[in-house]
Design a protein around this ligand. Structure first.
Ligand SMILES: Cc1cc2nc3c(=O)[nH]c(=O)nc-3n(C[C@H](O)[C@H](O)[C@H](O)COP(=O)(O)OP(=O)(O)OC[C@H]3O[C@@H](n4cnc5c(N)ncnc54)[C@H](O)[C@@H]3O)c2cc1C
Length: 311
């Protein structure tokens, strides 16, 4: 394990939040070191068209957007380690961070490790991601304007996806494996009243079907195991997100779902002075590239103030 000097700023994560923090940090002479993670580039690597990130009037492919953000950070001499953080000690100063091959120390830290969308885990799902299968209605709903889509799930997040899609799509079918929803009754009532929304209870998707893009799904009844097929243009998997915070357990306050808790009424501070947070890892609500990028910028402003006061 190689020992390193004390860094001014380490950023964990290289999605929009981490890379924006890197650009601002580097330009502010904090000489940031980014631990990019094994899934360098973050969630937008998993998608194709990004049509809502400002500045790209014709849209941009997710992987290209992330490659350009990284190049922009490198232009100002940001350094990168393409490994995952395996453990962290925030009780010692400077903070101690261990990756697979490095032991690092830093005066300040920005955590930008995101929250991964949960998928059904079917082999055919991976094949159609970005080609009809999505996990984000706000991001991809517009591609299914006036088309027929399925939303998979029964919680609050699923109902919000249904609400959003019902305003854009021709019809929305909610596929849920149980016979009751977990979502709040008020949300359920709102979607139940919509004429273009219907419900398929006690049903799961067992296969995504199609050639180059999604054309249908194979469904299975959880009651009697019977199989059926349905023609469909798009499927939105809305079964939850998992914040990437396992390495923070016992070090930083997390909420019941694992999201990092920010100081009340504050943007990026955590309860540990010197440790800041940005993006989806502490955001259950907005979860967009542009909001994550904005949070990355804010976190650097707060780091600068913190380091200034350390002197
Ligand atoms: C299918 C899909 C399509 C989407 N489309 C759009 C869209 O069109 N427009 C839009 O605005 N948003 C879209 N989103 C949402 C957007 O991707 C997220 O809001 C955004 O990526 C969040 O940025 P982030 O930097 O907070 O986290 P992420 O992008 O999730 O990045 C997290 C980073 O942390 C790293 N990491 C995780 N754990 C560790 C660890 N232990 N050690 C080191 N590094 C770690 C990962 O490798 C990654 O680099 C989409 C999401 C999905 C799933």
């Amino acid at each position: 394990m190689e020992k390193a000097k004390i860094e001014k700023l380490i950023i964990i994560g290289s999605g929009p939040a981490g890379l924006t923090a890197a650009i601002y940090g580097a330009r502010g002479n904090l000489i940031p070191l980014v631990i990019a993670g094994r899934e360098a580039g973050g969630q937008l690597i998993l998608t194709s068209d990004v049509d809502d990130y400002p500045g790209f009037d014709q849209g941009i492919q997710g992987p290209e957007l992330m490659a350009r953000m990284r190049k922009q950070a490198e232009r100002f001499n940001t350094r990168f380690i393409n490994e995952d953080v395996v453990s962290i000690d925030l009780k010692t100063r400077p903070f101690l961070i261990k990756t697979e091959n490095h032991e690092l120390r830093t005066k300040s830290l920005i955590i930008a490790t995101g929250a991964s969308a949960m998928w059904l885990g079917l082999p055919s799902e991976e094949r159609f991601r970005g080609k009809g299968v999505s996990a984000c209605a706000v991001c991809d709903g517009f591609f299914f304007k006036d088309k027929s889509v399925i939303v998979v799930g029964g919680g609050d997040a699923a109902m919000r996806e249904v609400q959003y899609l019902s305003k854009i799509c021709k019809n929305v079918t909610v596929v849920h494996r149980r016979d009751v929803f977990r979502a709040q009754p008020a949300l359920i009532e709102q979607v139940k009243g919509k004429p273009n929304v219907k419900f398929l209870f006690n049903t799961t998707i067992v296969e995504f079907l199609g050639q180059d893009k999604l054309a249908g799904v194979r469904l299975k009844s959880t009651r009697d195991g019977s199989l059926s097929e349905m023609t469909i243009d798009g499927v939105f998997v809305a079964i939850g997100h998992k914040p990437n915070t396992d390495f923070l357990k016992g070090q930083l306050e997390l909420d019941e779902k694992g999201y990092v808790v920010r100081q009340p009424a504050d943007e990026t501070h955590t309860k540990v002075p010197g440790v800041f947070v940005a993006g989806d890892v502490s955001d259950r609500r907005y979860r967009q590239a542009v909001t994550a990028a904005g949070a990355g910028c804010k976190a650097v402003f707060d780091v600068e103030e913190y380091l200034e006061n350390l002197r």
